[in-house]
Design a protein around this ligand. Structure first.
Ligand code: ZN
Length: 466
């Protein structure tokens, strides 16, 4: 995305500007900013939650761990402080809800996850929960919660990172009704099942009541999530917030290259069938293909012009793990391919696979490609996104002049709870700038003023429901 030069004013100067305006007599406007809740208290809570860990040396909260339960209790207290009715469901999700004017209206759900990776940062997941609660607390203080046209429910999902059970979205998938009941019997490294982990915390779940946790789509208006960007684009353009247009689809492949273990000294070069150099060639090919898909794919037959455009802007391919076992005759590597366009992703997989076979034939190697995981891309809802965009723009308005279109629109390469929730309802997401695009690390950082901007955006969004 091209930088927007005239938007390079820092967010700190924006707030200074606004606060100066306030002290000049706009006391009403100062109240509207609510920095003590949307910034000071929200940041303090992020730090407090960031200390709730299973390890004393780093941040770690996995599904139903002791720290995870403590974090849930803390969040529940903050939900009550925001004027919400709270409960914990049988997958350990923490809910806080206000019925607003009409409990029978479809509810707006806002959420993110309370679990973390190992040696995590304190903003991933937590930011989305805490900014939602701050915005609702401001509405409560203003006496506006009861005027909400529809119920609003904040959900702190119990598992998104999938660290303990190598799972995909235990918390949100159960609400969306897309979690297979067999997941209850998946076990962690120490042999404890998902069901067992919940039972240890006095949560009784069976295959039957798991299905009952699914929300009725007719009772839900939409789902909104605020999350750190986990990438460098917003920092690059110098803006705190960006709208998410969608979450990339993903395919994981496992490629096995089988050769022959030739003696390092006695088998001549022309007769060698070394899988290592074959695998290296395939990995370089993948990078080249995904750098310039237009040079490899025939768009006439394989995909349309819009696909080519989408691939150019969103295709990311990486190799995660490489292993050689047994010994040097066998190399396996994993491939992760993500793109907004599902057809385009398929075209890339097709092209990569056929070239793998050509290269392997030429080298007399045996190559095997296994598809390990597929998830289709999720497009954010146009109407909900437009509301969120107006709200975000209202929060950063003085930076953007009179051009609301200047709010960056980004693709999410990472999966989020919104991905699971898209099976239940329309979704929209807002990204918040994080330092260096770093996430899943203690170095993860969001400026206090950006926490404030996110809170103001959610507040403006909620105000549109009043
Ligand atoms: Zn996250």
């Amino acid at each position: 995305m091209a930088p927007i030069p005239h938007l390079s004013v820092s967010i700190s100067s924006l707030f200074l500007l606004l606060l100066t305006a306030c002290t000049n007599g706009f006391s009403e406007e100062k109240n509207l900013l609510h920095s003590e809740i949307l910034k000071d208290e929200a940041v303090a809570r992020l730090f407090e939650l960031g200390k709730v860990s299973d390890s004393k040396d780093f941040l770690e909260r996995t599904f139903q761990s002791a720290a995870s339960v403590r974090a849930g209790n803390l969040i529940r207290r903050w939900m009550e402080d925001a004027g919400l009715q709270t409960w914990v469901d049988q997958m350990g999700n923490v809910h806080g809800r206000h019925e607003g004017l009409n409990p029978r209206e479809k509810a707006l759900l806002i959420g993110s996850h309370l679990d973390t990776v190992i040696d995590a940062g304190m903003f991933d997941g937590a930011l989305g929960i805490i900014t939602a609660l701050s915005a609702l607390k401001v509405l409560k203080i203003r006496g506006m919660l009861g005027s909400l046209k529809r119920p609003v429910e904040v959900i702190a999902f119990s598992d998104e990172e999938g660290v303990r059970f190598q799972s995909t979205f235990l918390g949100s998938a159960v609400i969306a009704g897309v979690l297979p009941v067999s997941t209850l019997h998946v076990h962690d490294k120490s042999g404890v099942t998902v069901q067992g982990a919940l039972r240890r915390n006095a949560i009784d779940i069976s295959e039957d009541n798991l299905l009952q946790l699914k929300y009725d789509p007719e009772s839900v208006y939409g789902y909104v999530e605020v999350h750190i960007e986990q990438g460098p684009v917003l920092e690059n353009v110098g803006l705190p917030l960006g709208l998410v247009k969608g979450i990339a689809g993903q395919t994981r492949l496992k490629v096995t290259v089988k050769g022959t273990q030739g003696h390092a000294g006695t088998v001549p070069m022309k007769m060698r069938r070394d899988p290592m150099s074959g695998a290296a060639g395939l990995i370089v090919l993948l990078e080249s293909l995904c750098n310039e898909p237009e040079s490899y794919l025939s768009y006439d037959s394989q995909c349309a012009a819009s696909t080519a455009q989408s691939l150019a802007g969103s295709l990311v391919c990486t190799v995660g793990e490489i292993s050689t076992w047994p010994s040097a005759s066998n190399v396996t590597f994993t491939v992760d391919i993500r793109a907004m366009d599902d057809l385009g992703r398929e075209a890339v997989i097709y092209e990569f696979s056929s070239r793998i076979h050509q290269i392997c034939d030429k080298r007399s190697l045996l190559c095997l490609i296994e598809r390990k995981h597929d998830a289709d891309a999720v497009a954010c809802d146009a109407e909900l996104s437009s509301m969120l965009k107006s709200a975000a723009y209202a929060a950063v308005r003085p930076l953007g002049g009179d051009e609301p279109d200047n709010l960056p629109v980004l693709m999410s390469g990472a999966g989020h709870d919104a991905m699971a929730m898209s099976h239940l309802t329309k979704v929209a997401m807002l990204f918040v700038r994080c330092r260096g695009g770093v996430s899943h690390s203690p170095a993860e950082h969001v400026l206090d003023d950006d926490v404030w901007a996110a809170g103001m955006a959610l507040l403006a969004f909620l105000e549109s429901l009043v």
